[in-house]
Design a protein around this ligand. Sequence first.
Ligand code: 13P
Length: 253
Amino acid sequence: MSVKPLVAGNWKMNPEAGNFVELASQILEEISKIEGVTKVVCPPSVALREVSNALEGSHVLVGAQDGHPEASGAITGEVAMGMLSSVCTYVIVGHSERRAMFGETDEYVARKAVSAIASGLSPILCIGESLDVRDAGDALSYVHDQLVASLDGVDNPETLVIGYEPVWAIGTGVSARPDVAGEMAESIRSTLTGLYGGEAALNVPILYGGSVSPENIGPYIDRPHINGALVGGASLKPSDFGRIVSLVASIRG
Ligand code: 13P
């Protein structure tokens, strides 16, 4: 597998105290010397510029947590992908929290992915099934359909990243079994191969997300089609995040 591993920290709406630069600097201290892994932090949009400035010159990249597909207009409260591209490199699209809380559909997520790529950003496209879907035995086909629909209009996957985050594993402390996540990653790779051909599909990093910790990351990264992690809670703890990045580097770097 030629794709470079990637670990992204999704800070979500944290830290409450707003000490974004302090957190970024502490994370930088932990991970700046680790090589062989693409390292990304995704702070709230208000902090993108300051975190980006604080990390300048390091090999830690910045991502936004969302962006709007339109280029500009009367859309109160939103930030266009093109506007984000001056302050960051990545953008998360289709996170399950946005799908659940803000009613984002696959079609809308696909427009975001298309707009992100057109703006020069790398979309981290999140997909994943609910517990009901998993219990019904439909997880593989559900995620296949969700992925295909969320990539509608994406012709070139060169900068694409996929985050497989089973909804039931997010923030629950109940991570997916590595063999379950590995099976899904293999299925995602096969869907990507069907859409873009084998070579292009192999270059798309597939991340596992959902209660990732330094204690459980190893077996995920051992799976052939899992190329990294999308980390929520543990990304707010610099030493935990540092250990995760370091373990990914030692296994895959
Ligand atoms: P947790 O690592 O807190 O479960 O969050 C995962 C996530 O949603 C990352 O995008």
